[in-house]
Design a protein around this ligand. Structure first.
Ligand code: GMT
Length: 383
């Protein structure tokens, strides 16, 4: 198939899923076209059957807000006219599902029909999409998609609760490349960061408010207070960075925290980590936690959204009430102090991650594409 994938290029779960899915589909022989306003972070290799189309938006003095959604719709139309696209798969409803609807209408006028799959990821439903300034358009665009997927049962239910959706939503979970994300020997790296053999606590996110990164620092500070010799690695960057630094200063833990920024080889950092903290206020699945688990790192997280499904309490880590720093630190301390327990949870975490192995999930998407295409062309075979 010729598959066009639309997504965000940024350091975040929906962009990672879109890019890794495209790479997986290309690996299975499909031709994949990525459309975005910049090269996706994880699109780091050159393959004969992958191409990237940068959507650029003209600036004009009249535009306070350059209309990216219109430019994207135009690129989608042009792509079909020149590259014979079989399916569009858009990730994150806002505004991609709306651009896709517009492209579909324009192509329809030209006698061309291309199915549109929309994958719902998270805040496109729980925060941004639920903003009344966007709700009617988001709801309409989801309903106009040919097929809709959500990354967890939790997100599927939230979507039905928050919007008037008249479509089946297929749940296809996040996935991980378990060969790339596996514990590997990076002892030299560990020694460089932790010369005194300190425990390594890690957090990876895009540092948005919803990730509650200051809770990570508070939990870490209590871990140090308990006498555990540890370092905190903060991977990623974003709007909360200043507040997080301020929290480190307030708690006097700066010398034990390392801000590593937007790293590409996250698996190397996870390979030397002992504990992953994810105290998020909203999380539909928790891809960053899955990648940690795949590297045999147990997770202490909040019990929000899809997290209790991924991170099984007492088996792969612990889930705690939102904002319960005490519970998060108590579980973290117990885990870091008890080697036998740590070993057991690490092994369980890896095992759990293997359920979300990339090729299995890519195949599910492939099957879903075929089902939607069959439904569409069976319904009106002449078009
Ligand atoms: O925050 C978002 O909704 C955007 C998205 C992203 O690009 O970071 O994250 C969501 O999608 C991921 C991939 O499907 C999920 O693993 C994350 O849990 C989800 N984030 C939230 O729900 C906050």
């Amino acid at each position: 198939m010729n598959i066009a994938i639309v997504g965000y290029p940024t350091y975040g779960g929906s962009g990672v899923v879109a890019t890794e899915l495209g790479k997986g589909l290309a690996h299975r022989g499909h031709n994949v076209h990525f459309l975005s306003y910049a090269l996706p972070q994880r699109l780091d290799s050159i393959e004969a059957n992958i191409s990237f189309h940068e959507v650029s938006v003209n600036v004009y003095p009249l535009f306070q807000y350059p209309p990216y959604d219109l430019a994207l719709a135009s690129y989608m139309v042009n792509l079909v006219e020149h590259s014979d696209i079989d399916i569009f798969h858009v990730h994150y409803a806002v505004p991609h599902a709306t651009s896709a609807f517009l492209a579909k209408q324009i192509l329809g006028e030209k006698g061309k029909r291309v199915p549109i799959i929309t994958t719902l990821h998270g805040t496109d439903i729980t925060i941004v999409g639920s903003d009344p300034n966007y709700t009617p358009v988001v709801e309409f665009s989801i309903n106009q998609s040919s097929g809709v997927t959500a990354v967890s049962d939790y997100l599927k239910e939230e979507t039905y609760k928050r919007f008037n959706i008249n479509k089946h939503i297929e749940v296809i979970p996040n996935f991980v490349d378990i060969d790339r994300f596996r514990k590997s020997d990076k002892e030299h790296f560990r020694k460089a960061l932790c010369p005194e053999d300190e425990k390594i606590v890690v957090h990876v996110s895009n540092f948005r408010k919803v990730k509650r990164v200051t809770d990570v620092v508070e939990t870490f500070s209590r871990i140090l207070d308990s006498g555990v010799n540890a370092k905190l690695l903060l991977v990623g960057d974003g709007p909360e960075r200043q507040n997080v630094e301020a929290k480190c200063r307030e708690l006097g833990v700066c010398s034990d925290c390392r801000f590593l920024g937007k790293q590409e080889k996250v698996e190397e950092i996870l390979s030397i980590s002992d504990l992953f903290l994810m105290p998020s206020g909203s999380e539909t699945f928790g891809l960053a936690a899955l990648e940690a688990m795949s590297c045999s790192v147990p997770v202490v997280s909040s019990n929000i959204g899809g997290l209790p499904y991924l991170n099984i309490h007492g088996e792969t880590g612990y889930v705690c009430e939102l904002g319960d720093i005490e519970a998060m630190s108590n579980h973290s301390i117990a885990l870091l102090k008890d080697e036998e327990l740590h070993e057991k949870l690490s092994a369980n975490a890896r095992k759990r991650a293997e359920n979300f192995e990339q090729s299995k999930i890519v195949e599910q998407y492939e099957k879903f594409y075929e089902t939607i295409r069959d439904q569409m062309f069976e319904a009106s075979p002449d078009s």
